[in-house]
Design a binder for this molecule. Structure first.
Ligand code: SF4
Length: 469
């Protein structure tokens, strides 16, 4: 079937958002408890790329939780559309900005660039290639991050769903991310508001950041046309705290071996954290993941004969082939413990007063994934220390760096990070190369070969040697 002509794609829809919107309309109708035959029938009528992702998601081991995830994200996409029609403000945020900061406003809703990119790459026929190519055609350099440039490439066509406000929160952490959001703001005439992070993690740096954050809130109040209401804030943040409790329960479940948490739940975790935190839908999604993982632990359920590798992904993973990545690893006994995005470690916000809530939100921005490592006062030290701590805590026996194409800052220090992690924890580290959202860079088969040979020749061999000793 030709790209974009799927039976499930809204007639005339060309933008990434609109095409995803058409698909979720149908996907949200899928009921719980589908049989394998029903799933097979469905997969046969879908275009190949969509069918492959849906096959991964509808794997019987976690089918119903995947359906909950699809419904949660589908509901978010539909609410974005409704908000636009009702005149509420759609606020485009990058994935290093907490969505609950937008939800504390009644008249605003967050649209997370990178989650929309990941949705497009994972469910659309032709993935996000046409939007990336459009951005490249405008002369945007290919070292900007595909995580945001794919969705923003679609916005830049001027023929897709448009946000009303852009929050830029990567200055000080990632220029690639910051510049593409700024470019879209200037090119499309969408007002932007900037949150800068001082690199100093001292009390002086935090105080300065808090002032920047309060200025951002005042600016958002003006742009959205709404004064913050303390009760609304409290409601959102109490809900976020409930989701955070469940997040830590899921984190603890990953400590068991074999790991009872399916690999794909790492992407479900940050898909939830980056879109719905502070809303009951996020809490419910976290609860569903915890319940299934708890049940799997009680039953000792694990898809392979043995858990060979407990793998910490040092930065991010790959999102263009769920089946060949998350499911494939799990079925070979390779556990995807976490990566920096799923290690979002949400903070509990003190909801006593307006001041305590704003201070808690500022702190959440300061400690957000990607910001706290790459925007740390020493990028290498923040990253090394954090990863060593997680490797020990989750008892990982290997680590992998995905070598995401755009991430020049992490590339610049990976040798040092790799050496230190191995020295401090004894964990071997594999460095891959490839783009996390573009399959054309390094295909899945090559990544699988490298992961297999690392696990077979290094991880499994060390395990055997230790067992003999
Ligand atoms: S993954 Fe790397 S390049 Fe992309 S936004 Fe994050 S820090 Fe920037």
């Amino acid at each position: 079937m030709a790209e974009g002509s799927s039976a499930t794609t809204r007639k005339g829809a060309e933008g990434l958002f609109e095409r995803v919107e058409s698909l979720v309309e149908v996907a949200m109708l899928l009921p719980h408890g589908m049989s394998d035959e029903e799933v097979e029938g469905l997969l046969r009528v879908l275009p190949p790329d969509t069918s492959r992702s849906m096959r991964a998601l509808l794997c019987p081991r976690f089918r119903d939780v995947s359906l909950d995830f699809i419904k949660m994200l589908g509901g978010w996409v539909q609410e974005l559309r409704r908000a636009k029609e009702e005149g509420r403000k759609v606020v485009l945020i990058p994935f290093n900005f907490p969505p609950e900061v937008v939800y504390i406003f009644r008249n605003a809703i967050p649209l997370t660039s990178e989650v929309m990119t990941t949705l497009g790459v994972s469910v659309l026929e032709g993935q996000g290639e046409r939007y990336w190519d459009h951005a490249m055609g405008l002369g945007i350099p290919d070292y900007l991050c595909s995580s945001s440039t794919i969705e923003l490439g679609s916005i830049l066509t001027g023929r897709d769903f448009q946000p009303d406000i852009i929050v830029q929160s990567a200055p000080g952490a990632c220029d690639a991310n910051s510049k593409i959001h700024e470019f879209v703001s200037l090119h499309m005439g969408i007002p932007q508001v900037i949150l800068e992070k001082p690199t100093e993690a001292t009390s002086r740096g935090r105080e300065l950041h808090r002032r920047y954050f309060l200025a951002l809130i005042r600016r958002l109040e003006e742009m959205i046309g709404e004064e913050l209401d303390e009760e609304r804030m409290r409601g959102v943040l109490e809900e976020a705290n409930r989701a955070s409790d469940l997040y830590y329960e899921l984190y603890d479940l990953r400590k068991f071996s074999p790991c009872p948490v399916p690999n794909i739940f790492s992407i479900f975790t940050y898909g939830t954290r980056f879109t719905r935190w502070g809303r009951p839908q996020a809490t419910e999604m976290m609860r569903r993941m915890v319940e299934l993982s708890r049940r799997r632990r009680e039953e000792g359920a694990y898809p392979a004969d043995e858990e060979v590798a407990r793998c910490m992904w040092l930065y991010i993973g790959y999102y263009f082939d769920f089946l060949g990545f998350f499911n494939w690893m799990e079925e070979r006994g390779i556990t995807y413990l976490n990566d920096i995005l799923s290690l979002c470690q949400p903070l509990h916000v003190d909801t006593t007063s307006r001041e305590s809530m704003l201070a808690g939100l500022a702190e959440a921005c300061f400690e957000y994934p990607m910001t706290r490592q790459i925007g740390g006062d020493s990028m290498s030290l923040s990253w090394i220390e954090e990863m060593c701590q997680f490797i020990r805590d989750l008892d990982a026996n290997c680590a992998i760096y995905s070598g995401h194409h755009a991430c020049k800052q992490t590339w610049s220090i990976i040798n040092q990070v790799r050496r230190e992690i191995t020295k401090r924890t004894g964990t071997p580290v594999l460095c891959l190369q490839g783009d996390s959202w573009i399959r054309r860079m390094t295909p899945t088969s090559v990544l699988q070969e490298e992961i297999s040979s690392f696990v077979d020749n290094v991880v499994a061999r060390r395990k055997r040697t230790r067992a003999r000793a």
